[in-house]
Write a protein that binds this ligand. Structure first.
Ligand code: SAM
Length: 319
């Protein structure tokens, strides 16, 4: 009789496949680990078990040999090469919405912006804000709205959100948004957002609805969208920038920098590079706002100021 049970001393045909699968998995894990290290060096984004698992899910579909070849090729490319920038798109978390962490914006509206406007009015009427790690731009537009509102309230501008607001003569006002993700910067430039329950407008206080206009876009299956009013957009500018390599950013002379909910994704070295960028680009007495739970490791050149539960870092005068 033919006994089909596997002989204990003869390798079962499945054993070969299992072993091969094991080898493939180990090779892929190794390649993905190298990819993670390369990403961390080039983006400052810290690698965790979850990020590596995410990379393995996405890139582990490639056969191990090809994956390893591709990683080796990538490793020879500089940090700002389009190929690296494309990989980064899979990794960054872009969660954001208008008036996110409302208490911080309330503090800006109540105590920070009026002082910055008064100081600029007494000096050269230049006011520049940087939203660093702006994702799809909601943070930059939120601060632009509050800045325009403050100028209006202080008699330094005229108009309405519907017709457009013009700062008084001589004022130059600008909000610059930057992000490592080219895709996010493109969305931010368009300033066009889907509406709905979990959309960018989920926390928009109703008095601020008039700062946007409805649009219906046919090619998106007629989905309802709203956009930032074009006149407001003209006070903003968006560009791709990697904070991990931004110690000497291309721009300076900001009175206000927001970098919220970005530090949690960055390595300590990248956080330090970003902090150096902020201290270099902020004017004396300028203000840095981090996310509600973010902190500077060594707040050199800054002093902390509290307003209720919200805290800002103020740039100390340069000696
Ligand atoms: C969670 S979003 C925060 C958006 C917004 N600041 C807010 O608080 O709503 C984090 C953003 O940081 C960006 N980011 C991550 N690493 C970066 C880096 N090294 N340089 C610049 N931006 C980076 C991501 O692309 C992402 O859009």
């Amino acid at each position: 009789m033919n006994d089909r049970r596997p002989h204990p001393l003869r390798p079962h045909p499945h054993h070969f496949h299992d072993r091969q699968r094991g080898h493939d998995h180990a090779a892929k894990t190794h390649a993905v680990h190298r990819l993670g290290l390369g990403l961390c060096q080039r983006t400052g984004i810290k690698m965790t078990a979850q990020t590596e698992a995410k990379l393995l899910r996405i890139f582990g579909k490639l056969p191990p040999g090809r994956l390893l070849d591709w990683v080796s090729e990538l490793e020879r490319l500089p940090h700002n090469h389009p190929e690296w920038l494309a990989v980064i798109e899979n990794l960054t978390v872009h969660e954001t919405f208008f008036f996110r962490d409302g208490a911080q914006f309330e503090m800006l509206r109540r105590s920070v912006l009026p002082h910055l406007v008064a100081a600029a009015a007494a000096k050269d009427r230049r006011l520049r804000v940087w939203s660093a790690g702006c994702a799809s731009g909601e943070e930059a537009y939120t601060v632009a709205i509050l800045l325009m509102e403050t100028l209006l309230e202080m008699g330094e501008a005229t108009g309405t959100p519907e017709t457009g607001i013009s700062p008084a003569r001589g004022w130059r006002v600008e909000v610059v948004g930057t992000d490592i993700s080219r895709h996010m910067v493109e969305i931010a430039r368009q300033g066009l957002y889907l509406t709905g329950e979990m959309s960018a407008f989920r926390s928009l206080p109703s008095p601020y609805e008039r700062w946007f206009e409805d649009v219906f876009v046919d090619e998106a299956g007629g989905q309802a969208r709203r956009r930032v009013r074009p006149w407001l957009k003209s006070f903003t500018r968006f560009q791709q920038l990697n904070l991990a390599f931004a110690e000497q950013p291309p721009e300076a002379n900001f009175q206000l920098v927001l970098c919220r909910n970005v530090f949690i994704y960055l390595s300590v070295e990248a956080q330090n590079a970003a902090q150096t960028a902020f201290s270099n680009t902020l004017q004396e007495n300028g203000v840095l706002v981090l996310g509600a739970t973010d902190r500077l490791a060594l707040p050199e050149h800054f002093q902390t100021e509290w307003d209720g539960d919200s805290m800002v870092y103020r740039r100390l005068p340069r000696s």
